[in-house]
Design a protein around this ligand. Structure first.
Ligand code: AMP
Length: 115
């Protein structure tokens, strides 16, 4: 974990992003390759590599992120219509960026199972 993740570079304004929400613990910005009309990523500012590597010391950050979702989805205009939260973990989960992030997807009916 020597090199910064893409999301740490977004956090530090080293690469541009369309930032929707930010506070001391997390940052939320639009996904660069949206899979739905609304597709944002909610990311802890501290780099937790993936949910499978989270520990008890991350409880405050993770709880904080979950509690912020109603406010963020309200701002995105998808709170009432509905949305899906996704965390991809590891190879079979489809994880491509090794910095924990919650996908927030909405703006259309989403299929289940996800494939
Ligand atoms: P995952 O496959 O779950 O690891 O998700 C990584 C997500 O990050 C993908 O949906 C990518 O489109 C998205 N992504 C990668 N680079 C950027 C970036 N610079 N800004 C915004 N989203 C990004």
């Amino acid at each position: 974990m020597d090199e910064k993740s893409i999301f740490e570079k977004v956090r530090d304004r080293e690469i541009p992003a369309d930032i929707i929400y930010e506070d001391e613990l997390c940052i939320c910005f639009n996904d660069i390759a949206p899979q739905a009309p609304m597709h944002a990523l909610l990311v802890p500012k501290k780099r937790i590599q993936r949910i499978g590597l989270a520990s008890t010391s991350d409880s405050e950050i993770l709880g904080h992120m979950m509690i912020k979702i109603p406010e963020i989805t309200e701002f995105l205009g998808i709170a009432k219509s509905g949305y899906r939260l996704v965390i991809n973990n590891g190879e079979d989960g489809g994880e491509t960026v090794p910095h924990l992030h919650i996908h927030i997807l909405g703006g259309r009916p989403l299929l289940w199972p996800p494939g």
